[in-house]
Design a protein around this ligand. Sequence first.
Ligand SMILES: [Zn+2]
Length: 135
Amino acid sequence: MPGNLHAILAAGPILGLDWERFWTLTGWLANVTFSSRFLVQWYATEKQKQVTVPVLFWWLSLVGSLLFLAYAVFYDQHHVIIFAYAFSWIPYIRNLVIHRRHKNAEKSCSQCGVKSSPKAKFCAECGTRMPLTAP
Ligand SMILES: [Zn+2]
């Protein structure tokens, strides 16, 4: 953090807020959010017994990286940290969009109502043949 900004923040509360503490808490919240996504992914993989990336992983990635970006731009102000988080939100949002489209394209089984992948030929729950969809 540049010395003059540090001096301004150290001078005391601005607008009634201790900004030094606010940005320190924001940085730690970013750390906890961004790190927790690995636990979420690990848990999902162990539960399904295959490598999987749950949608919560992308939400935690997005929120954590935006918190880090805010911390870097407004407090740390170091170009290395700013660059590290400046563009990482793009693939996170793209993965969330693709996930949403896939969810919307899922087919419901006519017999049991369970939803299956758009590419499923048979219901995973009851084995009923799923209707063909246009490619
Ligand atoms: Zn079914």
